[in-house]
Design a binder for this molecule. Sequence first.
Ligand SMILES: [Zn+2]
Length: 246
Amino acid sequence: MLTDSFRLWASMLAALLVASLLAAAALSTGAEAQTTGCQGGVVLDAGHGGTDPGAINTKYDDIIEKDQVLDVARRLKALLEADGHPVCMTRTGDQTLSNRDRYTYANTTGARVLVSVHMNGSSESGTDYTTTLFGKWRKDKKLAYAVYGDHLAAKPLYGLVTLPAAEGSGTIARRAPYSFASGVLLKSNMPAIIAETVFITNHREAEWLKYGRTMPDGTVVSRQQQIAEALKTGIEYYLATYPSNS
Ligand SMILES: [Zn+2]
């Protein structure tokens, strides 16, 4: 009796030990344990996360950068994978990641490019434009311009539409790519950019992110999906145009 219960106890303890070892092994593999690899593909980095919310809209306080950029990154992952590009993500949930976590992980993946997805913030709630940031000119410039896309017929971020079109020119205001000394960009081995897709502090953008827009035919257009599709266009243009990173 005592022996049997001891055996049971010992086997449960052994099972617990194995389970915790497996959990520890899973944690030590990095930010994205379920990724099978993205050699030759794309690392998507949803900005902020965990204790770092990023920018927050003052009118819609549930429109928070860390959540919105993860939503866009998940949609972008699906779009890229549907076209055959392997995709890894630095975070798939609400984890707190340092810049070092992000570039260290990216450098283990063998991916061709790293795109860090953000939404911009301003104390002026009327401000809204799209842009991309690069770290090293030689390494990152072509990717920054491909995703910004002002020279492309199929306009990536440059052609990100405003909704409704009647309220403006039909496309979002733009700022040309510029340099930004982020560790994620400077210390990643592959071409890397930050996409400052839209201003989350802009109340109209926040409204679109929160509710989408109901079109005259009754369909609801997702702003997050529009942003993901714009980023996809630019990333795929880069991968097709520059078959190697040299
Ligand atoms: Zn940000």
